[in-house]
Design a protein around this ligand. Structure first.
Ligand code: HQG
Length: 179
C-alpha cells in the first residue's frame, strides 16, 4: 500500500492537473466523485479506500483537499492547472504577502512579474516561513514581498483558498520587492 505522502501526491496530480489520466471527470468546481476515484485508481494500480482517503485529507500537512458535506465528493482546494475549478470569492488581502521562489528565477520575474507558470494562479502566503519552504522546492530560496495593499487598491483581485493559501492571477514587477 502506498504511504500517506504518495497518496497525497497521487490525489494532487489527479485533482489539480490530470483527472483524465485515470478517466475521472470533475465538475466545474473541481469536485470528483470519491467512489469513482477509488474504482478508477484501482484500475490504474493505485489501491485506495474511503478510509484511507479520509485519513489523508484530515491529516494532510497543508490541508490540500476537501471532502463535500455529504461525504461523496473530493476536491483540491488550490494548486490547479485545470481550467475548470473553484469560483473563489475575491476578498481584501493583508497589506503585504510573500512569494517564495528560487534565485535563478529572479531575472525573469523582475522582467515579467510573477506569472502562474502552468497553474491557474500565483500562490502567495501571509507567513514568511511558508514562503521560504515554497522557495526551497525550486532551489536556493528567496522571498519576495508583494505590495498586496497597493495591488488591491489598484483593482487586482485576491482570493484565499480554504487552506489559507492566497491566490492572484499575476503580480506586475512594480509591486514586488526582494525581502
Ligand atoms: C516561478 C505548493 C520565472 C515561481 C507550494 C515559482 C505552493 C517565475 C514557479 C504551491 C515567474 C512556479 C505553488 C517568471 C513565477 N519567470 N519564474 N515570470 N513567475 N515564477 O510550483 O508558487 O505542496 O507552480 O516563483 O507550497 O512554487 O503542491 O508554484 O517558483 O503553495 O500543495 O515559477 O505549490 O503546494 O512553481 O508553488 P509552482 P509555487 P503543494
Amino acid at each position: 500500500m502506498k504511504d500517506k505522502v504518495q497518496i497525497s501526491r497521487f490525489l494532487s496530480y489527479i485533482l489539480r492537473h490530470a483527472p483524465e489520466s485515470i478517466g475521472l471527470t470533475l465538475d466545474d468546481q473541481g469536485w470528483g466523485e470519491i467512489s469513482k476515484l477509488i474504482s478508477l485508481a484501482q484500475k490504474n494500480g493505485t489501491a485506495l479506500t474511503i478510509e484511507l482517503i479520509k485519513y489523508v485529507v484530515e491529516t494532510n500537512d497543508k490541508k490540500r483537499f476537501a471532502i463535500s458535506e455529504d461525504g461523496l465528493f473530493i476536491r483540491a482546494v488550490q494548486g490547479h492547472s485545470l481550467k475548470t475549478t473553484i469560483d473563489y470569492q475575491a476578498i481584501t488581502p493583508p497589506k503585504i504577502l510573500f512569494h517564495g521562489t528560487a534565485t535563478r528565477f529572479l531575472d525573469s520575474i523582475f522582467k515579467q512579474g510573477l506569472i502562474p507558470n502552468g497553474r491557474q494562479y500565483v500562490h502567495l502566503s501571509q507567513d514568511y516561513k511558508t514562503a521560504v519552504n515554497v522557495g526551497d522546492r525550486h532551489g536556493k530560496a528567496i522571498v519576495l514581498t508583494v505590495d498586496s495593499e497597493k495591488m488591491f487598491s489598484e483593482g487586482f483581485e485576491f482570493y484565499q483558498a480554504e487552506n489559507g493559501v492566497w491566490l492572484t492571477l499575476s503580480v506586475p514587477v512594480k509591486y514586488l520587492k526582494i525581502d
